[in-house]
Design a protein. Structure first.
Length: 571
C-alpha cells in the first residue's frame, strides 16, 4: 500500500519523493513503485553506495513497492565473484532484503542482443571499424561537432552480417564496435553515435566463454530496467547527461519506459569515494585490504565498528539533493556516537599502562565493585570489577610537574579511582637510565569506598584503572583519518591524492590491559572504554589475543555545533 500520511517518523520529503507521488497521482505506472540498486561487481561497496542503497530500498518500502538487486556485470575483465558476494553481504548488513529479486545484466545478454538486432533493422545502429582512438577523434569537442564514421551508412544486411560474425568470434578485440546511429552534431556528446557493443574475448564470471561481445553500460542499463519493470531508475548526477540516451534507446525499441531521476552523490571530507582510487590504495599496499578499518568501504566501516543503524541515520540526515556538496565526516562520526552511546557497554581499559601500587592496601586482598554497564540504559544492569593492591592507570593521567588546571594525578595530588576509592600519590619510581616514570606509589582512604569522601572534600579528577592481577592483555589499534586534507585531491602539482595520505593513520598498541569482564568478547561487539572512546572487537581476536579497533573517539565536534544551533534558535 502507498504511504500517504506523513508522521513524525516518516522520512522528510524531497524532490524524488515529489516526482514519485506525482506519478502515483497520475497513475503513470499503474500505481507501482519499483526501484533497483544496480552495483557493478568490480570492487567493494563504500559509504557513498550506502546512500543509494538506503534511497532505493527505502523508497520502495515507503510506497509499498519493490526494489531489485541487479549486478551490472558487463565488463568481465574487472568483475569477480568475490565482489558479488561482498555486495550482497553489505546490503544485508545495512538491513535490506531483495527477496527473490537478485538479477544480473548478464541474465539479459541474449535479449539485449536481440534488441540490438532490432535497432540495426530499423537503421538505427551500425557496425563501425574505427579504432577506439579514432572514435574519440571523430567525436569532436564540446564546441565542435563530430564527424560521421565512414562506416555509418553500411546497409542493414551488411550490419546484420557483421554483427552476427562479431558474436561468433571472427574478429579481434577492439577491431569493431556496434554503434547507435543518432546525431554526430548533437550538443550532448553522449548522443554522438555511442558504442553499444565492443569485442572482448574474456571469460565472464557467470556466462563463461559464451560471449565475446559485451554491451556497454549505457546500452545495458536502461534495457535491463525495462525488462525488470522498473518504474523509477534513480542514478547519481554524473548520469544526467546520459538520460537523453537512456530515453532514446527505450523510445526506439518501443518497450516499457522507466523514468530516470538523478541525485547528488555523496562527497565526504577526508575521504575518497572512487572505486578506482580505493583499488589503488589496496593494490599498492597503502591499506591492508578492502576491509581495512581506515577504508570507507562498508566492510571496512563494519570492521571498524560502525553500526548499520548509524549509517542509515547518517543517510537520512544528509538527505537527497540535486546539487553536489561536501559533507563533513564529523556528521557521520556524530551519528555513530549517538547510536553507540545507547548500545555500547562501558568498561575500563588502559592503553598505555603505568603501574600503581597502593602501599596501605592489604596484600592479597581483592574487592569487587559494582559498575554500571550503561547509564543510558539501566536495563543493561551492572557488572563486578576487581580491585587490588596493584593497578594500572594511563600514563597520560600522571604528570610529575603538572600544568595549571591539571586535575589528574601528580605527586601529592588526590584523585578518584572510578567505582573504587580516593588515592594520593606519595612516591614516583623512575628508570635509572632513561628517567622514565615506571611506577607510582599511592595511599588510599578506606573511608571513601565508592569514590565519595565522607567529610565532603572535593576531588575533581576521576581516573579509570584495571587490577594488574586480573586484567587481560589486549592489542588496540588506534585508527585516524586516512588523509590529512579535507579534499584528498588537493595535491601539489604533478601529484595525486596519494600525496595527502596520513602517515599516522594507524597506531598499534600491544601492551594494553582491559578488565576481566571482556574475556570471551565476541567479534564485532562494541564497548565504550571509559574516557577513551568507542571500540569494537576485531576478527583477529580469533587468533587468541584480544584485539580492539578504536571506532571513534569520544570528542564530538558535531554535537557542539548542534547545541549551538539549538541555542541560537531558542533565542
Amino acid at each position: 500500500m502507498r504511504k500517504t500520511d506523513r508522521t513524525a517518523s516518516t522520512p522528510s520529503s524531497n524532490f524524488i519523493r515529489d516526482i514519485i507521488e506525482e506519478d502515483l497521482r497520475t497513475d503513470r505506472y499503474g500505481g507501482r513503485v519499483h526501484t533497483r540498486f544496480p552495483p557493478e561487481p568490480n570492487g567493494y561497496l563504500h559509504i557513498g553506495h550506502a546512500k543509494s542503497i538506503c534511497l532505493n530500498f527505502g523508497l520502495a518500502a515507503d510506497y509499498g513497492g519493490l526494489c531489485n538487486l541487479r549486478f551490472d556485470d558487463t565488463n568481465p575483465t574487472k568483475e569477480e565473484i568475490e565482489y558479488v558476494e561482498s555486495i550482497k553481504e553489505d546490503v544485508r548488513w545495512l538491513g535490506f532484503d531483495w527477496g527473490d529479486r537478485e538479477f544480473y545484466a548478464s541474465d539479459y545478454f541474449e535479449q539485449l542482443y536481440e534488441y540490438a538486432v532490432q535497432l540495426i533493422k530499423k537503421g538505427k545502429a551500425y557496425v563501425c571499424d574505427l579504432s577506439p582512438e579514432e572514435i574519440r577523434e571523430y567525436r569532436g569537442t564540446l564546441t565542435e561537432p563530430g564527424k560521421e564514421s565512414p562506416y555509418r551508412n553500411r546497409s542493414v544486411e551488411e550490419n546484420l552480417d557483421l554483427f552476427e560474425r562479431m558474436r561468433a568470434g571472427e574478429f579481434e578485440d577492439g577491431s569493431r564496435t556496434l554503434r547507435a546511429k543518432i546525431d554526430m552534431a548533437s550538443p550532448n556528446m553522449n548522443m554522438r553515435d555511442p558504442v553499444m557493443y565492443r569485442i572482448l574475448h574474456a571469460t565472464h564470471h557467470r556466462t563463461g566463454d559464451k560471449w565475446c561481445i559485451y554491451p556497454t553500460y549505457d546500452w545495458a542499463h536502461g534495457q535491463s530496467d525495462s525488462i525488470e519493470g522498473i518504474t523509477h531508475s534513480i542514478c547519481t548526477l554524473e548520469f544526467e547527461d546520459h538520460r537523453p540516451l537512456y530515453d532514446w534507446f527505450l523510445d526506439q525499441l518501443g518497450i516499457h519506459h522507466p523514468r530516470q531521476i538523478e541525485f547528488a552523490r555523496l562527497n565526504l571530507s577526508y575521504t575518497v569515494l572512487s572505486k578506482r582510487k580505493l583499488r589503488i590504495l589496496v593494490e599498492e599496499g597503502h591499506v591492508n585490504g578492502w576491509d581495512d578499518p581506515r577504508m570507507p568501504t562498508l566492510s571496512g566501516l563494519r570492521r571498524r565498528g560502525y553500526t548499520p543503524e548509524s549509517i542509515r541515520d547518517f543517510c537520512e540526515r544528509i538527505g537527497v539533493a540535486r546539487a553536489d556538496s561536501l559533507v563533513d565526516i564529523a556528521l557521520l562520526e556524530h551519528c555513530l556516537r549517538e547510536d553507540l552511546n545507547k548500545r555500547a557497554p562501558r568498561v575500563m581499559a588502559v592503553l598505555r599502562p603505568l603501574r600503581m601500587v597502593i602501599d596501605n592496601y592489604p596484600e592479597g586482598q581483592v574487592e569487587w565493585f559494582d559498575a554500571v554497564n550503561n547509564p543510558e540504559d539501566p536495563g543493561m544492569g551492572t557488572r563486578k570489577v576487581p580491585f587490588s593492591r596493584v593497578l594500572y592507570i594511563e600514563q597520560d593521567d600522571f604528570r610529575e610537574d603538572p600544568p595549571k588546571k591539571w586535575f589528574r594525578l601528580a605527586p601529592g595530588r588526590e584523585v578518584r579511582l572510578k567505582h573504587a576509592y580516593l588515592v594520593t600519590c606519595v612516591q614516583v619510581v623512575k628508570d635509572e637510565q632513561t628517567g622514565e616514570v615506571v611506577e607510582l606509589h599511592c595511599t588510599y582512604d578506606p573511608e571513601t569506598r565508592g569514590g565519595a569522601a565522607p567529610d565532603g572534600r572535593k576531588v575533581r579528577g576521576t581516573l579509570h584503572w584495571v587490577s594488574a592481577a586480573h586484567a587481560l592483555e589486549a592489542e588496540v589499534r588506534l585508527y585516524n583519518r586516512l588523509f590529512t586534507k579535507a579534499d584528498p585531491d588537493d595535491a601539489p602539482e604533478g601529484l595525486d591524492f596519494r600525496a595527502n595520505l596520513n602517515p599516522n593513520s594507524l597506531e598499534v598498541l600491544t601492551e594494553c590491559r582491559v578488565e576481566p569482564s571482556l574475556a570471551g568478547a565476541e567479534v564485532g561487539s562494541h564497548y565504550q572504554f571509559l574516557r577513551l572512546g568507542y571500540f569494537c572487537v576485531d576478527p583477529d581476536s580469533l587468533a587468541g589475543k584480544l584485539v580492539f579497533n578504536r571506532t571513534v573517539p569520544l570528542r564530538d565536534t558535531w554535537a557542539k555545533i548542534e547545541r549551538k544551533i539549538k541555542e541560537q534558535r531558542g533565542k
